[in-house]
Each structure stands twice: as structure tokens, then as C-alpha cells.
Ligand binder design. Structure first.
Ligand SMILES: Cc1ncc(COP(=O)(O)O)c(C=O)c1O
Length: 385
């Protein structure tokens, strides 16, 4: 007898676990998983230490500590001109992952369809499936990974309940532009859909590109849950402090699900994230500029080695086509790479229903120290060039 619920069918070990194990076994440089190898700003870390030492160690209020909810509301106003009520329109969660899972559990009924961009962040598939929903992917296709708005329109059916959007987009690095966002908003309004938009990379956009939240488009504030997280913006992915903002009735539904998942999220880290959100713009700019330099370092190196490189507009990730190197399957390439070159990367195709669309593509994380990136490029060059 299989001791596993049917709702978990197909949700085995993630590719990240497989590739990280390979990295450990072979001593390879891990450009697979998207976490920085340096700490966030030291004053932010100090705030967490202070909170630990000054008695902030018991359950936080379910929706989050008041100063963090206020800081999130202030952030939405300062950056995007959005008017958010910290008491009824913000929910602090255990990372963006819990915000998305709780949103899906709180808003979907069995059989409801969710239109989702693919390649998708892997927790979306699990979240939709565990909530009893059905995913309807819309593919961002190589080489440009733009949204085909006709494909989006035709993915919507009478059973569609929700659009699950991600911009800046992992793994393609696409930052949805005005035309694409307008089309999403129009579809959502026309079909009266709820939109959950994962904007965890909101501050990591390059070449002066500006991220615009879907919630700022006409007709969207009343139907949009905007998700973000401290992990990527402040290089503290292990803290798992996230949040979502949206209209009170939607936030209340998510809260109902969240209270029985975790009830409340890490108390002493919340004041530290509130502090981080109040830091001057220059802190965000510096982090972004540094990351943009790493993007260029990695992409230029990969081009030199012979990969077809898609330079991302945002996020932590670059995408390459491995066909110029004699492979037509990214999974095969990534399984060979640790022993062949001593580097780990992630094949795109595990993030698609349309496996063929992602087959030759591989994702590389560049949120690593420059010496690590240079070491990885040297290894690749010696093995592959
Ligand atoms: C698109 C996207 N959403 C959500 C997350 C997870 O965020 P958190 O660690 O805050 O749960 C990630 C992490 O890689 C991501 O890439």
C-alpha cells in the first residue's frame, strides 16, 4: 500500500534536493539553488539579535507584528503609491511560499482552474494540487520569454478562478512590461478573476528597468493579492519572513488558512524585517547594482564558453540553451555537469507541463560571491570550452 495521499501524486523529491546532493557528493560549485552566499545588511541582523535579547520570543499576533504590517504598508505607498491598511490588508507569512500556499488553500475549491505562467516556481504546482485546483499553464517561450497575451486569453475558461503571476519571473528573468501587465489586468477584470502575484524579486531588476505591481493597474486593487518576502530583497532567504497585501476579504480568507498551517510566523525576525523595509533607497540600489554586476560576470563568461545565453531583466537567475555544447536535453546536461565540470545547475524542463519547451534550457544562479562565480566559470571553461 502506498502511504501517501493522492494529492501528492507527482510531487516527489524536488530537483533542488537531487542537484544539491550531487553537489555535496562531487564537491561541485552549486549554482543550482537561489540563495546568496553572503549575509544581509549587518544592521538588519543586529535588529534580529536585539529582538531575540529583548523578549520578542513568544507567538507574534496571527496577522504579524504591528510594526512589520505598518512597514509593509509604508513600503507599498512609498514605492508604488498603493494605499494599504496595515490592520486589514496585510498578512505576514512564513516566507512567500506560505503566502502562496495559504492563498491557494484559502481561495480555491476542488476543480477550480488556475492560470499560471510556466516555467513555474515549483511550489505553485504543489500548492494548486494540494488545494484541489487544476493548473492551466501559459508558456513563456525561448528565446525571449515574453507573455503571449492571446495564449493567456485562451487559457481562461468558465472554471478559471485565479491567475497566478510571477514578475520578475523565476527562472526566465522576464520582467513583465506595461503591455503584458495591462493584458493580464484586462483578462482578470473581464472574467472577474482573483490574481495572486508573486513579486519576491521586486527590487532585483536590472538595466534601469522598473517593476510595476499588478495591483496598480485599473480594476486590480480589489482583486489582487500581492506577495513578497524579505529573503531576496535583503539576502536573508533563511529567515522565511514574507507577506501579502490585498483587499480585506481576500486577506481574511488567506488568514483563515494560514492560522491552521503555522498560526503565526517567526516573532523576533519580524521587527528586523520592519527595520529593513525602512532602510534608505540607497541600500536597495547598492544590492541591485552588485547583483547586476554578478549577472554580467556570469552571462559574459557563459557566452565565452559557447552557451546560448538569455540575459535576465531581473531575479537571481540566467538561462542558457545547452544545444551549442552538443546536448539537446538539459536534464542530461545537468546530471553530467557535476562530475564533468564540478558545477551544478538546474534544468528548466522540470518547471514546465510543456516539457519540450524547456528541454534544452538550464538555469544558473548568480547570487554568489564573485570568486565563486569565477571559480565556476573556470571549471566550465576547462571542461567544456
Ligand atoms: C518566484 C519565487 N517565489 C517564492 C520564492 C520563495 O520565497 P520564500 O523563501 O520567501 O518562501 C522563491 C524562492 O526561490 C521564488 O523564486
Amino acid at each position: 500500500m502506498q502511504r501517501r495521499a493522492q494529492r501528492l501524486t507527482g510531487l516527489g523529491t524536488t530537483i533542488f534536493a537531487e542537484m544539491s546532493q550531487l553537489a555535496l557528493r562531487t564537491g561541485a560549485v552549486n549554482l543550482g539553488q537561489g540563495f546568496p552566499d553572503t549575509d544581509g545588511p549587518s544592521e538588519v541582523l543586529e535588529q534580529a539579535v536585539r529582538a531575540l535579547r529583548t523578549g520578542r520570543n513568544q507567538y507574534a499576533p496571527g496577522p504579524g507584528v504591528p510594526e512589520l504590517r505598518q512597514a509593509v504598508a509604508d513600503h507599498q505607498r512609498r514605492h508604488y503609491g498603493l494605499d494599504v491598511d496595515p490592520d486589514r490588508e496585510v498578512l505576514v507569512t512564513t516566507g512567500a511560499t506560505e503566502a502562496i500556499a495559504a492563498a491557494l488553500l484559502g481561495l480555491l475549491d476542488p476543480g477550480d482552474e488556475v492560470v499560471v505562467l510556466e516555467p513555474y516556481y515549483d511550489s505553485y504546482v504543489a500548492g494548486i494540487q494540494m488545494a484541489g485546483g487544476v493548473r492551466r499553464p501559459v508558456t513563456l517561450r525561448a528565446p525571449d520569454f515574453r507573455l503571449d497575451t492571446d495564449e493567456l486569453r485562451s487559457a481562461v475558461s468558465p472554471r478559471t478562478r485565479l491567475l497566478l503571476i510571477n514578475s520578475p519571473h523565476n527562472p526566465t528573468g522576464t520582467v513583465l512590461d506595461e503591455r503584458e501587465l495591462t493584458a493580464i489586468a484586462e483578462v482578470a477584470v473581464e472574467h472577474d478573476l482573483i490574481v495572486v502575484t508573486d513579486e519576491v524579486y521586486e527590487h532585483l531588476t536590472f538595466d534601469d528597468r522598473v517593476h510595476r505591481p499588478l495591483a496598480t493597474f485599473p480594476g486590480m486593487t480589489e482583486r489582487t493579492l500581492t506577495v513578497s518576502s524579505a529573503g531576496k530583497t535583503f539576502s536573508v532567504t533563511g529567515w522565511k519572513v514574507g507577506w501579502l497585501c490585498g483587499p480585506p476579504d481576500l486577506v481574511a480568507s488567506v488568514m483563515t488558512a494560514k492560522q491552521f498551517l503555522t498560526f503565526t510566523s517567526g516573532a523576533p525576525l519580524q521587527p528586523a524585517v520592519a527595520y529593513a523595509l525602512g532602510l534608505p533607497q540607497s541600500v536597495l540600489d547598492e544590492a541591485r547594482d552588485e547583483l547586476e554586476g554578478k549577472r554580467d560576470l556570469l552571462c559574459d563568461g557563459l557566452k565565452r564558453i559557447g552557451f546560448g545565453v538569455h540575459v535576465p531583466q531581473g531575479t537571481y537567475f540566467a538561462t542558457t540553451d545547452v544545444r551549442p555544447l552538443g546536448y539537446d536535453d538539459g536534464v542530461e546536461f545537468c546530471r553530467d555537469l557535476p562530475t564533468r565540470a564540478g558545477v551544478v545547475a538546474i534544468p528548466h524542463q522540470v518547471f514546465y507541463d510543456d516539457v519540450a519547451a524547456g528541454k534544452p534550457l538550464v538555469r544558473w544562479a548568480f547570487c554568489k560571491r564573485d570568486d565563486v562565480l569565477i571559480d565556476a566559470l573556470g571549471r566550465l571553461e576547462r571542461a567544456l570550452a
